[in-house]
Design a protein around this ligand. Structure first.
Ligand code: HEM
Length: 527
């Protein structure tokens, strides 16, 4: 049959099919209430443009540009609204909010030997979240973590030893290194160390041990992209059959690593069983998870333990490494800030206030360090996609616009971090003084409060690097400990410069906005 013949024969079916398609698109576009929210035209018809945009790996910049063009509310997919107005943050994420995590997070359910199970990070309902979180929360408190500070010191000692060895072997007195990669190895060694009392030796071996970093990266790519149309997951890695078929393609199999990350964790837990006496001097996080009891009842099954530990493996290194990279990068790009910070560290050192390894308590006496860390994480939040939540049944009104129940809504930490109404006209530049000045003024105001206090509150509200509200980051204290200790210690010992100060870092945003290309020259400080 010719094509013309085919058209003639099936004309009425084709007509019905085209009418259905047109109806679908118009219905999707004209969804009640949402049709009034501005945004790219294609985004109102189909989620595919957003999926393709996320797949390109620079969605953080796209979201900033969209909000600068369309305003505080942007319809980024037929049923998804991106929000950037400060007053909406507590409404969506506040501690007692009814906005639960969206199906985007299904993609982050770890694959255990018993199938996919929600983790404390990926679980959607508030009730289930409370149950998972309760037995493990204590292990993430700063009090618990400070007891493990010595384990972080050991990792810093390895880092220093490795750099010193390279410097000793160098004829020029300087070494070139991919600092970004080293920071990732450092963060991984610390998280393994405080979770299982055993470093894996990323820094010692100078490599991605067991390919776990690559496995996590693959999983993130898949989750970030397919998460834009979560139902696709059931047809891809979420289906046992499809998963096996897709694994035959090596490039695709590299992203199908959820089970691999859990297996890796299970191996560490086995290794843990064989811990040697001298490695038992700390009550590590796994010990703390295991010892959790309520009225004598053990609250965690073996699978719960595996999930909690694999959460540390999955979330515990990329995030810290990204924030550390941001810190070193912005300092090197802004030599006057770096100089001011080095003076602060040196002054503490000269007064004999620093121990062999800078302690967390000591770094907290350095206000400029605190301002730099805060500003680095504002300029480069580790998460670069919407923190998606579902509007509860009754709907919500934001900026006078009603958004019906069931709509997916969220804020991208990058967008609110660059809000000029909150951080000033220079919101796009690294200026730690913006925090320092306002902190000082707020201190002067004291308890009676005033303009500066209000300003601090607003700046803090828009600071979503660690998320906020009931689902705020549980590992925040781990990262703060790692960063506060490493940065002053490095600056105290070494001069670190960008090899090419003009070159911008490459950022790949697949949920975690990872930087590539932090190539530095490191030398010993004189004197
Ligand atoms: C600088 C480092 C880190 C940053 C910037 C960061 C960022 C975030 C953000 C933005 C969220 C909220 C996600 C959402 O609302 O969808 C989050 C949640 C979470 N993070 Fe982190 N994270 C960091 C380090 C860590 C570490 C070291 C761990 C664990 C070892 C960790 C474990 C978690 C967990 C378990 C949650 C989910 C909390 C919940 O839903 O109750 N994070 N993190």
């Amino acid at each position: 049959m010719t094509f013309a013949g085919f058209l003639a024969e099936y004309r009425s079916y084709i007509r019905v099919f085209l009418i259905l398609i047109a109806w679908y698109f118009i219905h999707t576009r004209q969804r009640r209430y949402l049709s009034k929210i501005p945004g790219p035209l294609l985004a109102s018809f189909s989620p595919i443009p957003r999926l393709l945009s996320v797949a390109r790996g620079s969605r953080q910049n796209t979201d900033i540009a969209l909000h600068r063009k369309y305003g505080h509310l942007v319809r980024v997919a037929p049923n998804v609204v991106s929000v950037s107005v400060s007053s909406a943050i507590p409404v969506i994420y506040g501690a007692s909010t009814k906005f639960e995590k969206s199906d985007f997070y299904v993609l982050f359910d770890p694959k255990t030997p018993h199938g996919f199970r929600p983790s404390v990070f990926s679980v959607r309902t508030e009730k289930a979240h409370r149950e998972i979180k309760r037995p493990i929360a204590g292990a993430y408190s700063m009090t618990s973590l400070l007891e493990l500070e010595g384990l972080t010191d050991e990792c810093i000692s390895v880092f220093q030893r490795k750099v010193d060895q390279k410097l000793d072997a160098s004829k020029t007195g300087a070494v070139e290194m991919d600092l970004g990669e080293w920071l990732h190895w450092y963060a991984f060694d610390v998280i393994m160390s405080i979770t299982f009392s055993k470093r894996l030796g990323f820094m010692e071996q100078e490599k991605d041990v067991g390919g776990i970093i690559a496995a996590i990266e693959g999983r993130l790519r898949y989750a970030a992209t397919v998460g834009q149309m979560p139902w696709l997951h059931g047809l891809l890695f979420g289906s046992e059959t499809m998963s096996s078929v897709l694994n035959m393609v090596p490039a695709v199999a590299m992203m199908n690593t959820s089970a691999r990350i859990v297996e890796f964790t299970a191996q560490q837990m086995k290794r843990y069983g064989g811990k040697e006496e001298e490695e038992m001097k700390y009550v590590d996080m796994l010990d703390r998870f295991k010892k959790t009891k309520d009225n004598g009842e053990v609250l965690m099954t073996d699978t719960d333990l595996l999930l909690a530990a694999s959460g540390n493996v999955f979330a515990g290194s990329d995030t810290t490494a990204i924030s550390l990279r941001a810190m070193f990068y912005f300092l090197m790009k802004n030599p006057e800030c770096l100089k001011r910070l080095v003076i602060e560290v040196d002054e503490m050192d000269r007064k004999g206030k620093l121990s062999k390894f800078v302690s967390f308590a000591q770094s907290n006496q350095m206000p400029y360090l605190q301002a730099c860390l805060k500003e680095a994480m504002r300029m480069h939040p580790a998460v670069g996609l919407l923190l998606e939540r579902v509007v509860p049944e009754e709907g919500v009104t934001i900026e006078g616009q009603f958004i019906p129940g069931g709509t997916v809504i969220g804020v991208n930490p990058w967008v609110v971090a660059r809000d000029q109404a909150v951080y000033g006209k220079d919101a796009d530049i690294f200026r730690p003084e913006r925090w320092l000045d306002v902190w000082k003024q707020a201190e002067v105001e004291g308890d009676k409060g005033g303009e500066a206090r209000e300003k601090v509150k607003l700046m803090e509200r828009n600071f979503l690097a660690f998320g906020t509200g009931s689902r705020t980051c549980m590992g925040k204290n781990i990262s703060l400990l790692e960063m506060n200790k490493l940065v002053p210690q490095m600056l105290r010992r070494y001069t670190i410069e960008l090899i090419d100060p003009e070159k911008e870092l490459i950022v790949e945003d697949y949920w975690f906005a990872k930087q590539l290309g932090l190539h530095c020259k490191v030398s010993r400080r004189e004197g």
